[in-house]
Design a protein around this ligand. Structure first.
Ligand SMILES: Nc1ncnc2c1ncn2[C@@H]1O[C@H](COP(=O)(O)OP(=O)(O)OP(=O)(O)O)[C@@H](O)[C@H]1O
Length: 769
């Protein structure tokens, strides 16, 4: 491209930036005004909150006044937040106003229109678009179209136009660093540039270089179940985040960020992705890990986590694997639903409700209420039982209010306590004093018996655990599931509950059973459910999530090859399973086969680890061959590690040493900690990733990436067979620029196999004599 052309483009960049800068000045003015107003209200508010509360009437007046001020303050805060959001967006645009240009010509129109595309829209004072938001309907052409006739969706239907030119820019600090014309979706030059950079502490948005197949995921608004099978580093996580930004833009009126929930693999990951949406001017969605979600719903129980399970998984006897598979299946969940629907009232398990160590409602009484009700759906019948219990509680409160201890307590009340109990009621609202005293007495007893009310409200009178044990006792086992083994697993559940623990495999069916019987546990407000790393979820768990968020559109992303300790499952089979289990109308499967994260040599090696790796397309970014270092004892392994760290540190910001489990991570960390200053051992509790040298077990590195990776001890002992392919593949694919694998003793047969081409690795043996 001529430098004259670039000069012309630079002039336009300058002119747009000039207008953005002027807008920033104007908006800053608005912002200062909003802040000043806010401060005034705050001062006024704090002056008012220190009024004297003794006189009741004063207090009521003050509180009405305060409420008004509080409403005003929250309106002002909202206003201030909007202006501050705009300001941030403009400041980003000021550095880099856009990254793309398309020239289009509609049929019959003599003129070509030139549109520039950036992370947000910007219009001049006459409302002409100087920059189009990347999510605007017309911007789809930039991502989807090759030159020639193209179509794009608009709210008014599909439009046809002719794409005459597509240009990409890299603009930094207001200067065009490079620009390319391309016929491709988004050309490789730009990608080369972006991917060659060092890893940042947090993930970056990819709007400038979204690829066509990623764009399909991002802009899909039709599917109610979107399953994405994407190879490691293919941009699944990036696509989720851009998709959320797109959906928020697309349904601005109906969709809020907190109606979107993302299940992420670990807390480090949650932090890692936390900057992407704000960088696009959007608020973050809700994020939760499966462990957090389950423990929140099973309060009081220590729910086994996926990490606990990884640590013990390899020791699980074969016979129990089938039992676990059954419990993780859709069949098991269907049986739970079926059991609940047809549950004979005689089999309903109730608990006593206690107060102060005494039985308050006997379970026989609860049973009698339940039995006396007409045959209804279990949840309805349960709700009626609950209402009856609450009615009886109120009756008992009324009786108790007449007792002596209450009268004594009333006598002891200070004026202020008395007014507190009166709450919104005013004295003159009572016909006579007796009514007022009785009102106060009931308030006192209600407060005292609050725990009973809470127990009823939280459905504690259903004995969920016994009910689940009862379910298991009658479950119909598939042929490959041994009855004695299943019974043993039932006994293990019972024992775990004694110790307030819950095995992971039982958490979803247990919650499902509780929800169906009590009619609770569903969140109808959530509109989108995203699950990243879905290969680590069982069908039963996914089914429970679908039940818990019944109105949510689902987007599940994962890579079956990265399943740790689990057989690889074909994505089509998975989609069919999910479709049947969820009863959805518009399921869609999309595949991402191109891997962007790692250099060409690293991806080529990682492909060779997999039996069906040929489908993976490596992005053509040059780099060193991965290295395998073989040593024969722990200490020389550590020496080799030490030397590698020193070499890699020269060119890499973050080096991750990935181990198979936590014990090995500890062993390595103990040694390294003496030799290097900036070594960090990462644990499940860590929330952010420091720079430097990190030591962590592979399951904590899921979804993350590092400049350089050293896989610790890839020996035949640690990775003996295909069961470990997923783990090894996940380790290798965390590396962006450099990969080293160290083996203590003979290297894993997964690497030293005939299928592994000798050209994809450098091997360094210890010289032994
Ligand atoms: N279109 C793109 N443009 C620029 N960078 C991209 C693009 N797609 C992916 N990347 C980069 O590739 C890397 C991998 O992306 P991401 O983490 O989203 O992949 P993933 O499929 O979720 O990976 P994994 O399953 O291995 O965790 C990231 O650094 C991301 O920024």
């Amino acid at each position: 491209m001529t430098s004259q052309e670039q000069e012309k483009e630079q002039q336009r960049v300058d002119s747009v930036i000039h207008q953005i800068t002027a807008r920033i000045a104007a908006v800053t003015d608005d912002y200062d005004k909003a802040r000043a107003e806010m401060k005034l209200v705050q001062e006024n508010y704090s002056a008012n909150t220190s009024v004297n509360y003794i006189e009741l009437d004063d207090r009521i007046e003050t509180s009405a006044d305060l409420q008004q001020q509080r409403a005003l303050a929250s309106r002002l805060i909202e206003n201030e937040q909007i202006i501050s959001g705009q300001l941030n967006t403009f400041k980003e645009l000021e550095q880099s106003p856009y990254f793309g240009r398309i020239d289009i010509q509609d049929a019959g129109d003599p003129d070509t229109e030139r549109l520039y595309i950036g992370t947000a829209s910007f219009t001049d004072d006459e409302q002409n678009f100087l920059v189009y938001d990347w999510r605007a309907p017309i911007s789809a052409i930039y991502y989807n179209g090759t030159l020639g006739n193209v179509t794009y969706e608009t709210p008014g239907g599909r439009q046809l136009t002719n794409l005459k030119k597509k240009r990409q820019f890299l603009i930094q600090n207001g200067q065009i660093e490079s620009m390319f014309d391309t016929n491709e979706t988004v050309g490789d030059e730009m990608l080369q540039h972006v991917l060659g950079q060092q890893n940042d502490e947090t993930m970056q948005n990819i709007v400038a270089t979204i690829q066509r197949e990623q764009n399909d995921i991002i802009r899909d608004t039709r599917s109610d179940l979107l399953v994405v099978q994407g190879v490691a580093g293919s941009g699944k996580t990036s696509a989720i985040l851009q998709r959320i930004a797109f959906l928020l833009y697309h349904s601005r009126q109906e969709l809020q960020a907190d109606q979107i929930v993302l299940f992420s693999p670990n807390k480090l990951f949650s932090h890692y992705i936390s900057d992407v949406l704000p960088s696009l001017g959007e608020r973050n969605m809700r994020q939760v890990t499966l462990a957090e979600f389950l423990s929140q719903r099973l309060l009081g129980l220590d729910v086994e986590t996926l990490f606990d399970r990884y640590e013990t998984e390899s020791t699980l006897p074969d016979a129990q694997v089938n039992v676990r598979q059954f419990k993780e299946s859709a069949n098991y969940m269907h049986q739970v639903a079926d059991y609940c629907q047809h549950l004979d009232p005689e089999h309903f398990k109730f608990n006593h409700i206690y107060f102060d160590g005494q039985v308050f409602f006997d379970k026989a009484e609860i049973e009698a209420i339940y039995h006396a009700l007409p045959a209804l759906q279990p949840a309805e019948r349960f709700l009626k039982t609950k209402n009856e219990l609450i009615k009886r509680l109120k009756r008992r409160i009324n009786e108790e209010a007449k007792s002596k201890w209450v009268a004594e307590e009333i006598d002891q009340l200070s004026d202020e306590q008395y007014h507190d109990l009166l709450g919104n009621k005013q004295r003159h609202q009572f016909q006579e004093l007796d009514a007022e005293v009785n009102y106060i007495a009931r308030k006192i007893v209600t407060k005292r018996l609050r725990v009973v009310y809470d127990a009823l409200y939280n459905n504690y009178f259903l004995d969920t655990y016994s009910q689940y044990l009862d379910f298991m006792a009658q479950a119909e086992l598939p042929d490959d599931c041994d009855a004695a083994q299943f019974e043993a697993s039932r006994a293990r559940f019972a024992q775990a509950i004694e110790y307030h623990r819950c095995p992971l495999v039982d958490a979803a069916p247990l919650l499902y059973l509780r929800d169906i019987l009590t009619g609770g546990g569903q969140n109808h407000a959530m509109q989108h459910l995203f699950v990243d790393e879905m290969q680590d979820y069982s069908i039963a768990q996914l089914q429970y999530l679908h039940h818990a968020f019944p109105k949510a559109h689902m987007t599940f992303l994962g890579d079956s090859e990265q399943a740790l300790f689990k057989a690889v499952q074909a994505p089509e089979a998975l989609l069919n399973q999910l479709r049947d289990a969820f009863n959805v109308h518009r399921p869609r499967l999309l595949k991402l086969n191109r891997s962007y994260r790692s250099t060409y040599p690293i991806t080529t090696f990682a492909k060779a680890l997999l039996p069906d790796g040929a489908q993976i397309e490596a992005f053509n970014r040059p780099g060193d061959l991965p290295k395998v270092i073989i040593r024969y004892d722990f200490d020389s392994g550590i020496d080799a590690l030490d030397r590698e760290i020193t070499t890699l540190s020269a060119t890499n910001g973050t080096i991750a040493i990935l181990t198979q489990d936590l014990t090995q991570a500890h062993e390595v960390y103990q040694k390294l900690n003496h030799q290097h200053k900036n070594v960090t051992l990462m644990t499940d509790a860590d929330l952010s990733l420091p720079k430097g040298i990190l030591v962590l077990p592979i399951y904590l590195a899921k979804g993350l990436e590092f400049d350089a990776v050293i896989g610790w001890n890839v020996s035949a002992t640690n990775f003996p067979d295909e069961q470990f392919t997923g783990t090894l593949y996940t380790i290798a694919t965390r590396a962006m620029h450099q990969l080293t694998l160290i083996s203590l003793g003979p290297v894993s047969p997964l690497i030293a196999s005939d299928k592994m081409p000798t050209t994809v690795l450098q091997i360094e043996h210890e010289l032994t004599n």
